[in-house]
Design a protein around this ligand. Structure first.
Ligand code: ADP
Length: 636
């Protein structure tokens, strides 16, 4: 009998299993039980159309037995089994995509952690055993085979005797060491607890012989003269079913621990981190269904790519009909994971039909409301948790406001947050609006790449000087979303860089108007020097320290111009720009002094315009000319 080598990546995986840290080792049982259950599923489905299988639904079971003397733990199933070729192919290579994924992780610690979280399959047996045998007889075959391996050295396959179809996996447990007690996996109570923890909703009974204390036969405890005595009891060994077989979501909430909810999430939705929120609901009425919904604590790596597919698992009376039903979730809540089980859906409904199903639409609407209310609760009761959520998925909510011409803005406007000048924290629009002083007319925001850059904007300074709170828009979608909202609680939004920012009193406005009129000719000359770059040059009273700023007129801001400029096919969208000069700055006096020197005014115009663009985070369009002007100034 020849010893065969494992495929290269299987060998690597095996090494990882053998050297894994102890706390994760217990999951081997979950993996082997899940393989057994899959094999039974296969044969059960077959039995529905194939009379020869000869097994009824209730005949399928998984049997666990421990032999303390031999130090072996055995997991047996009466599923489809494997032929010689299948033993070779399935157990000689890694099949699981999850395993392949984590194999890629380079960091050793990261790898180990992933073992604890993902399904790692058959090889996990080598975390606790130094030798594993699999005796298997495939459905339809007359002969059986034994696969044996003692780890990384390879494996052998030889014929063996086996009366029934199915597989028996035997683990020769490693010897106990000071730190690692492998023998605990021979203890029926330990095994029973592990089955409850990881495999409770496996559909087939998982049976194990357990010691139980029982009243001896013939003893009548109801007899009048009965006195309790230890001798009346005996210890017997009886097979017991360890799992409840009820899917988690069909149980009562009170019976389920947070740990179980979280474990279910991690097992089923391929995450290594606990979810932020778990909702378990049962709805009755126009649509009757149970749902288990989770809000992840971080975005999946492909979340903001086109490969990401939203959706919930859909069951009809406990039977899976769709792995990912996208119609159950609106795009803006696409981050939600979970499942829906409904009595109202027909099993043989096709995927295309599903989309138009009235029942399904009702369910989707109820789910949307539920998610909204859960997020609202999180925002109110667990700010830290909500901010973690928002960091991962906030952009998606803002896109949700902007998309579909703002059709969903009412659902979403109270869920978005922005960084604010108020202690640098994130605020909701409600929080902002609630603490606005009477005199404040608008909700102020400024756009820029970072908070620091926005703080450098002269206009931002002016607003903060007035004592008003400023929202920092650093995400490209921010201003687009806000334009959809237009106002919040009847307070309009105002970009501090817009020309109509109205912070001045009536007297201040009057004074400014007079100054502008007096300087009309100066500004005409300056505007001409700048050509189409600006639509107007004028004095402003809103700047404090800076001499100049650019503001935009009309609906398109400079920030939007930047974003739109990067989008293919957006055309040549230009903001209408006004150059505003601080009427209280020394520069203003300089301009007035040189009012009749057109050449000087042209130079000032160009330099001030370049300076303003730099402050806005834009490039200078004519660097050589500007450099020459600066040099001229420096050498004067
Ligand atoms: P996965 O279960 O993710 O496919 P495993 O490494 O656990 O990966 O198992 C590899 C393959 O071996 C399975 O896909 C299945 O075809 C086969 N297999 C494992 N255990 C059994 C079993 N008890 N009965 C029948 N086939 C099995």
């Amino acid at each position: 009998m020849r010893t065969k080598q494992f495929k290269a990546e299987s060998k690597k995986l095996m090494d990882m299993m053998i050297n894994s840290i102890y706390t994760h080792k217990e999951i081997f049982l979950r993996e082997l039980i899940s393989n057994a259950s899959d094999a039974e599923d296969k044969l059960y489905f077959r039995s529905l159309t194939d009379q020869n299988v000869g097994l009824a639904r209730e005949d399928f079971k998984i049997t666990i037995s421990a032999d303390k003397n031999a130090g072996t733990l055995t997991i047996a199933d009466n599923g489809v089994g494997m032929t010689e070729e299948e033993l070779d192919k399935n157990l000689g290579t890694i099949a699981k995509s999850g395993s392949l994924e984590f194999k890629k992780a380079n960091d050793k610690n990261e790898e180990i952690d992933v073992i604890g979280q993902f399904g790692v399959g058959f090889y996990s047996a080598f975390m606790v055993a130094d030798k594993v045998t699999v005796e298997s007889r495939a459905y339809g075959a007359d002969t059986a085979n034994r696969w044996t391996s003692s780890g990384a050295d390879g494996y052998t396959i030889e014929p063996c005797e086996k009366a029934d179809v199915g597989s028996v996996v035997t683990l020769h447990l490693k010897a106990d060491t000071e730190d690692d007690k492998y023998s605990e996996f021979l203890d029926a109570y330990r095994i029973s607890a592990l089955v409850k923890k990881y495999s409770d909703y496996i559909r087939y009974p998982i049976v194990m012989d357990m010691e139980t204390t029982k009243l001896k036969e013939g003893i009548d405890t109801s007899a009048e003269d009965y006195k309790p005595s230890d001798d009346d009891y005996e210890t017997v060994i009886e097979p017991r079913t360890l799992n409840s077989m009820i899917p988690l979501w069909k149980k009562n909430k009170s019976e389920i621990t947070k740990e179980q909810y979280n474990a279910f999430y991690k097992d089923n939705f391929f995450d290594y981190e606990d979810p932020l929120v778990c909702v378990h609901t049962k709805t009755e009425g126009s649509a009757t269904f149970s749902a288990l919904l989770y809000i992840p604590a971080h975005a999946p790596y492909d979340y903001y790519t086109k490969n990401f597919e939203k959706g919930l698992k859909l069951y009809s009376k406990g039977v899976l009909i769709s792995e990912k039903c996208g119609d159950l979730l609106p795009d803006y809540f696409s981050f939600v994971k979970g499942l829906v089980d409904s009595e109202d859906l027909s099993l043989n409904i096709s995927r295309e039909m599903l989309q138009h199903d009235r029942q399904l639409q009702l369910i989707a609407r109820t789910i949307e409301k539920k998610i909204k209310s859960e997020l609202t609760k999180l925002l109110e009761n667990d700010r830290e948790g909500y901010e973690k959520f928002y960091k991962a998925f906030g952009t998606q909510l803002k896109f949700g406001i902007y998309n579909d011409y703002g059709a969903h803005k009412d659902v979403l406007q109270d869920l978005i947050l922005f960084p604010s000048s108020n202690e640098g924290k994130l605020v909701s629009l409600k929080e902002y609006a609630d603490r606005m002083p009477e005199s404040q007319k608008a909700i102020y925001y400024a756009c820029g790449e970072t908070k620091e850059k926005i703080d450098m904007l002269p206009q931002a300074e002016a607003v903060k000087d007035k004592g008003y709170e400023l929202l920092y828009f650093t995400d490209q979608v921010d201003e687009f979303a806000i334009k959809m909202l237009m106002s919040y609680n009847e307070k309009p939004f105002a970009n501090v860089c817009a020309d109509d920012l109205d912070l001045a009193t009536e007297e201040e406005k009057d004074a400014l108007k007079k100054e502008n009129e007096a300087a009309k000719d100066i500004f005409t000359t300056m505007k001409e020097a700048l050509g189409d770059a600006v639509s107007e040059v004028r004095f402003t009273g809103k700047l404090k320290n800076h001499p100049v700023c650019l503001t935009s007129e009309g609906g398109i801001s400079l920030e939007m111009e930047k974003v739109l400029g990067q989008m293919p096919g957006a055309g040549d969208v230009k903001a209408r720009v006004v150059m505003e000069i601080n009427s209280n700055h020394a520069i203003a006096d300089k301009l007035r002094a040189d009012a009749n020197d057109a050449q000087a005014l042209e130079k000032y115009a160009k330099l001030l315009y370049a300076e303003a663009r730099l402050i806005e985070g834009m490039s200078v369009e004519n660097p050589v000319e500007i450099a020459a002007l600066i040099n001229e100034l420096l050498t004067k």
